[in-house]
Structures are given as structure tokens and as C-alpha cells.
Write a protein that binds this ligand. Structure first.
Ligand SMILES: CCCCCCCCCC/C=C\CCCC(=O)SCCNC(=O)CCNC(=O)[C@H](O)C(C)(C)COP(=O)(O)OP(=O)(O)OC[C@H]1O[C@@H](n2cnc3c(N)ncnc32)[C@H](O)[C@@H]1OP(=O)(O)O
Ligand SMILES: Cc1cc2nc3c(=O)[nH]c(=O)nc-3n(C[C@H](O)[C@H](O)[C@H](O)COP(=O)(O)OP(=O)(O)OC[C@H]3O[C@@H](n4cnc5c(N)ncnc54)[C@H](O)[C@@H]3O)c2cc1C
Length: 664
């Protein structure tokens, strides 16, 4: 805390668990807690990283300020000899989308994942030292979701041993890549490979875009920013770009050749790694986006929870204080499921990181068997968690009433920065439909003796799940994880089987899939919710030290699944997984759990360990000193620089004068 009175002290005293231990559970380990705590304070205490005026700056100033911060951050990283992990935490806590996100988050991973050892040896040291800055240039004006539909061409010229990169149409212009507009010197550019007049699908190529001497575009390259995006400040710190190629030549060895190679005489040779590895960078980033969802949601929830404890409306008795809005059951029923979801996404993100690491190790040993599972989990969980988080941030804004609409609440900017996560790295519906294909394939293979694995393993018990009857008899039965898991498994399995049955009635499966796609998306949501619930329950099976910590997590886990059960009771009832009476008991138990969360709510958001700098919200201040700070901040708005506004003489005075003369 920054000194002074703690208006939330009484709330903090109500906590029934060891907050310090919960901070470690949230961080993932003592080690990560120590790093994130130290680095977040380092950033918060450095005025060069202030965010105070971000939403008021015009675009050019905003962007220059981002460049300044990124360059200063790089200096600090080097001066302090920060490790890779510390450096990434520093960029995270600077909390400003910038070209560096794409350089470290996509350009480098693309070279690592799709480049040969030789290519990695050549390019990675330059990228690690930021002697080159890269972006990930895949999406085009005409195609984003449909990667196979990209139009940029890379035609091999055997005469010169080069590829000719070309944008044949307007719609083939690269459009959206972050960092491309004004900063990147290089890009991993995805293009249609053509050799000897034949097409060989989409591949990645390292292309230099700007001269290293004076940052001007290389010959044949047209490049710029695509313009202002949604919200003040927000994602406008990023230079999302447009790029066109006019027969730009690059050496043959700049095609990323781990998946396929082009030989000196123009032959395309496939390695024994699956073609889908060309999409590997997206799998990696989708996994990080799931982790990021818990950060964004927890941040919004932290603001809304603290403010809900500060804000009072109605209910004063005999001149006593009014009711804290957090004590209204409706407020709790909107806020606490989001709090529980933030924790749920944290744990599923942790698990997904483990899964991704495991898949990567297997890939290195040429074991590709778990790639479909990695694709399904990253695509599905990216979609589920980003949709819930985007909606959740907006709900938190509403939970803060009028003041939530002020930029100083931090929520409008958080929403504007966050909401494109539902679109980038794969539109959520498009990705859900990918998972639907995998689910339908799994169901269709059930009779074949091929047992489903990983997160689809429950389908292997299909006979049992189709006959399952929930045996909840009283509200507390819903606290039994085994009962809950079976109910969620049965619901997901029955929804998938129902889709598969309908699908089998179509003569043309593709037509059937298109016709049933809305139902399929619902089945995918059920499947992904099952994954999140099961990973939360698995987390609770671990040894979790600290007084009351595990108990609080049990309560939150219960809130998470019972809220889902309540919200989706239509699914559970329609698939006969629960009876109306059992659904009603679930809701009774949910209310009990809300009352158990209530005394711990402030401590549960303190456990995120966010600094006031990172939160960037007057409503979410650690000390709860909201009103004086809101009042103070209003006077800092540039509109209040003068008492009489600019434009008074031109527009207001003549208007008032005209009305006066009309009256007379
Ligand atoms: C705390 C940490 C914080 C860190 C936060 C970091 C956040 C950084 C964020 C930075 C911000 C913004 C970055 C945004 C960057 C971008 O947006 S880059 C562009 C992303 N673009 C997309 O995602 C495009 C989406 N489209 C696709 O992925 C594909 O085109 C699609 C899969 C939809 C279809 O591709 P097709 O080639 O047509 O494939 P199908 O015929 O459907 O499938 C063929 C088989 O391939 C399998 N498959 C598909 N994708 C993958 C994959 N990625 N991996 C593995 N396998 C894959 C599919 O299942 C089919 O398999 P089958 O043949 O049936 O067995
Ligand atoms: C902030 C931001 C940053 C980005 N950064 C990058 C970057 O660094 N590099 C990069 O290459 N790209 C980047 N992108 C592009 C991004 O990856 C694409 O916008 C995204 O993949 C969605 O593709 P699209 O725009 O073609 O959407 P579309 O596919 O055109 O989607 C439009 C609508 O059509 C629906 N739809 C599309 N196909 C189907 C289908 N088969 N079935 C049912 N519905 C369908 C979608 O659900 C959606 O409602 C960025 C985008 C944003 C917004």
C-alpha cells in the first residue's frame, strides 16, 4: 500500500485464509511469485512507466510514448541483466501493447518452431538482441480465418536461387500484423509457395521489410499503419500494419524449412513432420492467450470487487451507514462467478502450459501423436476463456455503476484492449468449429475400438454416460466433485452424440456440418467447460499449503461449476443429465457458496497481488480511497485546463446571444 488510511482494512480482517499463500498459488510457485512481485513493483515505482495520461493522448503522441517505453524497458532489461522470465514479466507489467509483443511472442516462436537448426542459428541471435525486429505477417485484407485462402505468392526462381514475394491483388495486401505498420524490420510472411508453376500450400518466409540504416522500406515494399482502432489509448499503442510486395526477392534459405524444403533445383521435399506445424505458432500463442485471459479477468474483477465494498447505496437504518453494494445478492451473483472464473482460468491456463510444453518436447523427439489434442485444447480454451473474459470485463464495468464508465476506472480501456482477443489468433467461432470437427471425428470412431485420449477420454465411457442418472438428493450433494464431473461429462457427451446423430442423416457431411454448426458450437462449449471444471477439481487434489487456502479454492470451484450448471440448465435438463429438482438444489447450494465467498472477497482479489500501477484504476485502488481520488482526477482532464472552454466565443456565446435576442 502507498501509505495513508486503508478504507478496506475491515474487509481484509474478515479473510478466513492465508492471503500470502494464496498469492503463491495464484502465481504458480514461490519462484514465479517472487519474480512477479519484484518486477511489478519495479515497474510501478518507475515514473517512466506511468500510464496516467494514456487515454488522453492523440495517436501520434501515444505511439511515440509507447516507443519510448519499449526502448526504456529494453534498457532496464539489459542494465539489470534480467533473465528471459524476468524480462517477459517486465513487459507484461509495463502493460502497454507494443511491437515487442509480436517480436517476442510470435516472430521468434515462428522461427523457433518452423525454422531448421541452421535458420535458428542465423536469425535467433539477431532477434534476441533486437538487432532486427520482427512481426508475424499472415492475415490479409481478404483472408484471415481461411489461411489456405491467402493470396500472397512466393515463387521460386531457379535462375537466381531466390523466392519472389508478390501481392497479386489488393485483397492480398497483408493487413493487421502488429508491429508491422511502423516498426518491424523483418516479418515472417505467410505466402503460397509456387515452384515450377505448381502450388504447394502456405509456408512462412523471413522477409526483410525496412533498411537497417534508415528504416525506409526496401524496394518493392509498400508499408504503413492501418489506422485507429476501438477505444481511447487501448490497442492504438500498436502499429497494426498494411504491407504490399511488388516482386520482392529473397534468398531461398529464407523460407522456413522445418516442415518442407525447397531444393536448389526447385523440388519440394516434405519432412516427416506434419504439415500442420506451419500453424504451430498459433497453437503456442493460443495457449498464452488462455493464461492472459485469467490476468485480464482477474484485473477487472479486482476493480469491481474492491469498488463494490467501498460503494454504498440504500439501506441506512437510523442514520447508520448505507449498505455496501457487495452485500446485495444480485451483485454477488454477477461478481462472484467472475471471480471464480478468474481462478478457474488461471488453473486451466497452468495446465495448458504444461500440455504445450509436453507436446513441444514430444515434437522434438518426432512424436506427433498429441498434436491434435494440443490443437483442440488451445483452440477451444482460447475461445471459451476470451469470450467469457471480454463479457466479464463489461459486466464488471456495469457492476461499478456510473463510475465504471469513466476512463479513470480503468475498465473502458481494459475492455477495448481485451475484446479483440475474441478475434485475433483465430475468430472464436471458427476455432470452436475446429474443435467440433475433432469431437465429431472422435464420436464417429467410438465403435472402432480406437479409444479416445486426453481431454476426450471421457467419450470412451460413452455407454455409461448415455445411461447416467444424477443421484443428487440434497443441495450439499452438489459439493461432491465426482457427482459434478459425471454430470458435466454426461452433458458434453450427450450433446456431441446428439449432433453426431443429426449429422449422420445428411447425405453430404459438409452440408450437415454447416447446417448444424450452431448446435455444434454449443456442444464444444460444453466440452470446454468440462475441461475447465475438471482441471479445477484436479488442482484441488494437489497438496495446497496455507491456512484455509484449499477451502477457499473449493468454494470458488463450487461457485464456478454451479454457476455454469445454473446458466446452462437448459442443456442439463434437455439432455436429462439433471432433473428440475436437482437444478433447483444446485442453485440453492450456489447461494450458500456466495455467502461463503463474501467475507473473503477482498482478500481473494488481493491474492492477485496487482499493484495500483498495473490495475490503473481509481475504483480498484488497494486502499479503497476512491472519492477524493476521483474528484482530484477530474480536474486533471485537459478539458478543465481553462474555466471557459475553447470554442466559447465561436459557438456558445453566439448561441446564447441569439436565444436572448429571440426572447426580447
Ligand atoms: C501471461 C502471458 C501473456 C501473454 C499474452 C500474449 C498475447 C499475445 C497476443 C498478441 C496479440 C495479438 C496477436 C494476434 C496475432 C494473430 O492474430 S496471427 C493470425 C492468426 N490467424 C488465425 O488464427 C487464423 C485462424 N485460422 C486457422 O487457424 C486455420 O485456417 C483453420 C484451422 C481455421 C483452418 O485451416 P485449414 O488448413 O483449412 O484446416 P482444416 O482443413 O480445417 O484442417 C486440416 C487439419 O489440420 C488440423 N489443424 C488445423 N489447425 C491446426 C493447428 N493449429 N495445429 C494442429 N493441427 C491443426 C485440423 O484439425 C485438421 O486435422 P485433420 O486432417 O482433420 O486430422
Ligand atoms: C487487434 C488485432 C491484432 C491482430 N494481429 C495480427 C497479427 O499480428 N498478425 C496477423 O497475421 N494477423 C493479425 N490479426 C488478424 C486476426 O488474426 C484475424 O482478424 C482473425 O484471425 C479473424 O480473421 P478475419 O478477420 O478474417 O475474420 P473473418 O473470418 O472474416 O470473420 C468474420 C465473421 O465470419 C465468421 N466466419 C468466418 N468463417 C466462418 C466459418 N467457416 N464458419 C462460420 N463462421 C465463420 C466469423 O465467426 C466472424 O463472425 C489481428 C487482428 C486484430 C483484431
Amino acid at each position: 500500500m502507498e501509505g495513508g488510511v486503508d478504507y478496506l482494512a475491515d474487509e481484509r480482517k474478515k479473510a478466513e485464509f492465508d492471503v500470502q499463500q494464496m498469492k503463491i498459488v495464484w502465481a504458480g510457485s514461490h519462484h514465479t511469485f517472487e519474480i512477479s512481485d519484484r518486477i511489478s513493483k519495479l515497474v510501478a515505482n518507475d515514473p517512466a512507466f506511468s500510464k496516467d495520461e494514456r487515454t488522453m493522448l492523440p495517436r501520434k503522441e501515444l505511439f511515440k510514448n509507447t516507443l519510448r517505453k519499449a526502448s526504456y524497458a529494453w534498457k532496464r532489461i539489459n542494465d539489470l541483466h534480467l533473465s528471459e522470465e524476468e524480462a517477459s514479466q517486465l513487459r507484461f507489467y509495463v502493460d502497454e501493447p507494443a511491437f515487442t509483443d509480436l517480436h517476442w511472442g510470435m516472430f521468434i516462436p515462428a522461427i523457433k518452431g518452423q525454422g531448421t537448426d541452421e535458420q535458428q542459428k542465423k536469425w535467433l541471435p539477431l532477434a534476441y538482441k533486437m538487432q532486427i525486429i520482427g512481426c508475424y505477417a499472415q492475415t490479409e485484407l481478404g483472408h484471415g480465418s481461411n489461411v489456405q485462402g491467402l493470396e500472397t505468392t512466393a515463387t521460386f526462381d531457379p535462375q537466381t536461387d531466390e523466392f519472389v514475394i508478390h501481392s497479386p491483388t489488393l485483397t492480398s495486401s497483408k493487413w493487421w500484423p502488429g508491429g508491422l505498420g511502423k516498426v518491424s524490420t523483418h516479418g515472417v510472411v505467410y505466402a503460397r509457395l509456387i515452384t515450377d508453376g505448381q502450388e504447394h500450400g502456405i509456408h512462412g518466409f523471413i522477409v526483410q521489410l525496412r533498411r537497417l540504416e534508415d528504416h525506409r522500406p526496401l524496394p518493392g515494399i509498400i508499408i504503413g499503419d492501418i489506422g485507429m482502432k476501438f477505444g481511447n489509448g487501448a490497442y492504438n499503442t500498436m502499429d497494426n500494419g498494411v504491407l504490399r510486395f511488388d516482386h520482392v526477392r529473397i534468398p531461398r534459405d529464407q523460407m522456413l524449412m522445418r516442415v518442407s524444403q525447397v531444393t536448389r533445383d526447385g523440388k519440394v521435399v516434405q519432412s516427416d513432420v506434419p504439415r500442420q506445424l506451419v500453424y504451430g505458432t498459433m497453437v503456442y500463442v493460443r495457449q498464452t492467450i488462455v493464461q492472459d485471459a485469467s490476468c485480464a479477468l482477474s484485473r477487472a474483477v479486482c476493480i469491481a470487487t474492491r469498488y463494490s465494498a467501498v460503494r454504498r447505496q440504500f439501506g441506512s437504518h437510523n442514520g447508520g451507514p448505507e449498505t455496501q453494494v457487495i452485500d446485495y445478492k444480485t451483485q454477488q451473483s454477477r461478481l462472484f462467478p467472475l471471480l471464480a472464473s478468474a481462478y478457474a482460468f488461471r488453473f486451466v491456463g497452468e495446465w495448458l502450459k504444461w500440455l504445450y510444453t509436453d507436446v513441444t518436447q514430444r515434437l522434438q523427439a518426432n512424436d506427433f501423436s498429441t498434436l491434435p489434442e494440443a490443437h483442440a485444447c488451445t483452440a477451444g480454451l482460447k475461445s471459451l476463456t476470451t469470450s467469457v473474459t471480454a463479457d466479464g470485463i463489461e459486466e464488471c464495468r456495469k457492476l461499478c455503476g456510473g463510475h465504471g464508465y469513466l476512463c479513470t476506472s480503468g475498465l473502458p480501456e481494459l475492455f477495448a484492449v481485451y475484446v479483440p482477443a475474441c478475434t485475433y489468433e483465430g475468430d472464436n467461432i471458427v476455432l470452436m468449429l475446429q474443435v467440433a470437427r475433432i469431437l465429431m471425428k472422435t464420436v464417429s470412431q467410438l465403435g472402432s475400438g480406437k479409444l479416445p485420449v486426453g481431454t476426450m477420454a471421457y467419450m470412451g465411457r460413452i455407454e455409461h454416460l448415455l445411461q447416467y442418472r444424477c443421484n443428487v438428493q440434497k443441495a450439499e450433494d452438489w459439493l461432491n466433485p465426482a457427482i459434478v464431473l459425471e454430470a458435466f461429462e454426461a452433458r458434453a457427451a450427450r450433446m456431441s452424440v446428439s449432433c453426431a446423430k443429426k449429422l449422420s442423416k445428411f447425405a453430404n457431411p459438409e452440408e450437415g456440418f454447416a447446417e448444424l454448426s450452431a448446435d455444434l458450437v454449443e456442444a464444444v462449449v460444453a466440452h470446454c467447460q468440462l475441461i475447465v471444471v475438471s482441471k479445477f477439481i484436479e488442482k484441488l487434489q494437489q497438496d495446497i499449503p496455507g491456512k484455509g487456502v484449499k477451502q477457499q479454492l473449493k468454494v470458488l470451484c463450487g461457485v464456478y461449476y454451479l454457476f455454469l450448471l445454473h446458466k446452462h440448465q437448459g442443456d442439463f435438463l434437455a439432455t436429462s443429465c439433471v432433473t428440475p429438482k436437482q437444478a433447483s438444489l444446485a442453485n440453492d447450494q450456489l447461494r450458500v457458496l456466495y455467502s461463503q465467498v463474501r467475507p473473503n472477497a477482498i482478500a481473494l482479489v488481493d491474492a492477485f497481488n496487482y499493484t495500483d500501477h498495473f490495475l490503473g484504476s481509481i475504483l480498484g485502488r488497494y486502499d479503497g480511497n476512491v472519492y477524493p481520488k476521483l474528484y482530484e482526477a477530474a480536474w486533471k482532464d485537459p478539458l478543465n485546463d481553462s474555466v471557459v472552454p475553447d470554442g466559447y466565443h465561436q459557438y456558445i456565446r453566439p448561441l446564447l446571444k441569439q436565444q436572448r435576442s429571440a426572447k426580447l
